[in-house]
Design a protein around this ligand. Sequence first.
Ligand SMILES: [Zn+2]
Length: 135
Amino acid sequence: MSYDVEKPDEQWRAELTPAEYAVLRQAATEPAFRGEYTDTKTKGVYSCRACGAELFTSTTKFESHCGWPSFYDPKDTDAVELVEDRTHGMVRTEARCARCGSHLGHVFEGEGYATPTDQRYCINSISLRLTEDES
Ligand SMILES: [Zn+2]
């Protein structure tokens, strides 16, 4: 798998904080209800904190009460890459930034949320950076 943005590991380490690196590059998960965007309702665009690609918008963010920012659809379908994840004894769908391959979170389906897609992109706040819409 190759990505448009590829950097040696030591460069990612230098550019990201240790907490950002652990999630984006090592697929760690931030603690529930601690991320800065969990309850954010600000209108704007959420970009990849590693490479700046635009990934989600506030219009598809919804209150899932799961402890992480949740979206029912990416900004563009091919902005987010979905990868089967068999770690931790589960089969899950990992969401990665399609431009740089950084870990964003996981996608869950069929949970019964009242959203148009019945999907929940459960994304770590620390993988994202919100740019507020200019009003
Ligand atoms: Zn990225």
